[in-house]
Design a protein around this ligand. Structure first.
Ligand SMILES: Cc1ncc(C[n+]2csc(CCOP(=O)(O)OP(=O)(O)O)c2C)c(N)n1
Length: 639
């Protein structure tokens, strides 16, 4: 919108009007029974023109009942101090009147700096953004969710954080004291037990009734969220507590000290026992964990190299000769060690038939199974994301990354020259297999190279070409595939989750935000179905100048569900012709580049000719390197 130059006198008048209007608005709060009626009578856009009453408010003394409402030190200022003390960089904001004064305190008292508000378009996206951010930064982002409706919207994101064991800190607005609720909406936006809706999939929640209580519970919530297995927490910020002056609490309470719990590591006996098993095994297999840090990845490599044992899954360099895949590994192993594996049962078993409930154990007879996981320390009953019970020979209830230093030391002490010679022979076999697998992947990528719609290997290869010389990080969506050389812990965004559609885009935005200060090039291969759940997250990226390269894997359908209907139709012998009904996202086709441009994001596409892809991605990379988001819409093969 073009801005007209204002006369100086005009500007002063406007400022004075705003001051008067603020007092006027306060007066409405003082007379809540009038608020609804006066708002209903005001014509749309009336706020732009000062009303006679508002102008009068500039010159007349402030009425006594309004004076009583003026508060220089609201409780919400102290809440901001608490957020600063906890070191939050960002608060994903979803405004609402349950944040009676916290929102205002963050931007004015807190100066909108550490924490800074991020303007979000959906509470669910806010929580996903926080998940992406926490996976990169290893600390929570705060989220302001507005009361009942805000938390209801947020709930899938909260479930994702719970499933992925990611720390997320939700500040929930709510009004407990019924007589301070304004008539109308504020009643439907208040709950007696506001956090109840997500309690089954949060680690902890509280409803503090004093500022001191708020501070202590904020420390406790943060500590619980950050203790493995990490997870989401909810802290209710009562609206009356926000508004009430600190004087009512005898001044600002003392800020409690925050000390995070050390991640639990295995006891010395368990470590010694496992080290002996690992050194003695002829074919050990390590199922890798998601490393939180560069050190976490280095430790996994050190353990694998010390034993020359293969690693499947987890944060392990993709071109390392010990990185292995395929079912044969499980069948061959005489010792399998699962390191914080999300679904160990599903990894070592094949599910055969739902009707007969039959499954098949993939491990060979006599093979030993050991798990190290902090999930053994904490479980909730209702939601079943914990997967099937796994029969293991040794269960070590601990955090894998914290346990590895002592395990590596114990293994090294037991390795004799004879065992080392055997390990080296083993390592050579895996190196040969790994080189062969890479060659096979290169050949496979050439199939359908010139096809239109574009093949997935062509898409990932073109993208890899454009990013490989940058400090890149994949921030979710579809993986880069076997040809991407992953050698840094932050280049993949792994880790559990509950596979909820609508999460990939905001997760990518949150992770890209975290990568921004490290100067990394954040890229995501974005599925179209997922994108359409809550595309507003892209606007948040544009608004906050979050550099994200989003390459659309646009197969114009919910293809996973198409495949499912096809399977069912086959089973019922009715043909697969109708499998696209209810699943196709075409007629009309969605123009994602235009959607991006409408939100202020650089948009390319739709690209159907694979030869146009490389140049379009390179143009988009240039935009992202300048600090802005960009989207390249690629019309692809279904899978
Ligand atoms: C919230 C939610 N609703 C429904 C599903 C079921 N579901 C799984 S995959 C999928 C479609 C995925 O479509 P898209 O994101 O375009 O990926 P594609 O399968 O086409 O690769 C759906 C609807 C889900 N996982 N989450």
């Amino acid at each position: 919108m073009a801005k007209s130059a204002k006369q100086p006198s005009d500007r002063v008048g406007r400022r004075r009007f705003l001051k008067g209007a603020a007092i006027g608005a306060t007066a409405l709060v003082a007379k809540p029974h009038l608020a609804g009626a006066e708002q209903a009578q005001a014509p749309r856009g009336a706020g732009a023109v000062p009303s006679p009453q508002a102008l009068a408010a500039e010159t007349q003394p402030v009425p006594a009942d309004v004076q009583a409402l003026i508060e220089d030190h609201p409780g919400s200022d102290f809440m901001v101090d608490v957020l600063k003390h906890l070191g939050f960089e960002y608060v994903a904001a979803n405004p609402g009147s349950s944040f009676r004064s916290l929102h205002e305190s963050i931007v004015n008292y807190g100066g909108n700096k550490a924490p800074e508000l991020l303007t979000c378009c959906h509470e669910e996206s806010s929580v996903f953004m926080a998940c992406g951010y926490a996976k990169v930064e290893n600390k929570p982002m705060a989220i302001m969710a507005h009361s009942t409706v805000g938390l209801q919207h947020a709930s899938i994101g909260v479930y994702e954080a719970f499933g992925a064991q990611v720390p997320v800190f939700i500040i929930l607005g709510n009004t407990m004291d019924a007589v301070t609720r304004r008539p109308g909406v504020e009643w439907s936006h208040s709950a007696q037990d506001a956090a109840a809706i997500v309690r089954d999939y949060t680690k902890w929640d509280d409803l503090p009734i004093s500022l001191h209580h708020f501070a202590e519970s904020a420390m406790r919530a943060y500590k619980i969220a950050m203790t493995p297995p990490m997870g989401p927490v909810v802290l209710v910020a009562d609206s009356h507590l926000q508004e009430t002056g600190m004087g009512a609490h005898g001044g600002a309470p003392r800020m409690p000290k925050l000390t995070l719990a050390r991640p639990p590591s295995a006891d010395a006996g368990a470590v010694a026992e496992l080290a002996a098993l690992l050194v003695a095994a002829e074919n050990p297999l390590i199922l890798g964990y998601t490393a939180r840090t560069a050190e976490g990845m280095r430790l996994l490599v050190e353990l694998a190299e010390t034993l020359q044992a293969p690693v499947s899954g987890g944060t392990f360099p993709s071109r390392h000769p010990l990185r292995q895949g395929g079912g044969g590994l499980i069948r061959n192993a005489d010792l399998i060690v699962g390191l914080d594996v999300n679904d160990l049962w599903g990894t070592v078993n094949t599910y055969l038939d739902q009707q007969t409930r039959s499954s098949q154990l993939l491990t060979k007879q006599g093979a030993k199974l050991v798990s190290i996981t902090s999930s053994d320390l904490y479980l909730k009953s209702n939601y079943q994301n914990f997967q099937r019970y796994t029969e293991v020979d040794m269960a070590i209830a601990a955090d894998s990354e914290a346990t590895l230093p002592s395990l590596i030391e114990a293994v090294k002490k037991l390795v004799t020259p004879e065992r080392r010679r055997i390990f080296e022979e083993r390592g050579k076999r895996f190196a040969a297999a790994s080189a062969q697998a890479l060659e096979q992947a290169r050949t496979a990528a050439t199939f359908g190279w010139d096809a239109s719609p574009v093949s997935i290997p062509r898409l990932t290869a073109e993208l890899w070409n454009a990013i490989k010389d940058h400090d890149w990080a994949n921030v979710g969506g579809v993986g880069g595939g076997p040809l991407w050389n992953v050698d840094k812990h932050y280049q993949v965004l792994d880790g559990g989750g509950v596979a909820a559609e609508g999460g990939d885009l905001p997760t990518a935005v949150g992770a890209a935000l975290a990568h921004r200060k490290h100067g990394r090039l954040a890229v995501s291969i974005q599925k179209d179905g997922d994108f359409m759940y809550a595309p507003g997250a892209l606007w948040t990226a544009a608004h906050h100048r979050i550099p994200l390269l989003s390459v659309m894997f646009n197969n114009r359908c919910y293809h996973q569900e198409v495949m499912h209907i096809q399977r069912m139709a086959n089973r019922h012998q009715r043909g697969i012709t109708n499998a696209g009904i209810g699943n196709r996202l075409d007629d009309p086709n969605i123009d994602y580049a235009a959607m991006a441009r409408a939100m202020g994001v650089h948009g390319e596409g739709p690209i159907t000719n694979p030869n146009d892809l490389g140049p379009a991605i390179r143009r988009a990379v240039d935009v992202v390197r300048r600090g802005e988001p960009a989207l390249v819409d690629v019309v692809t093969q279904p899978r």
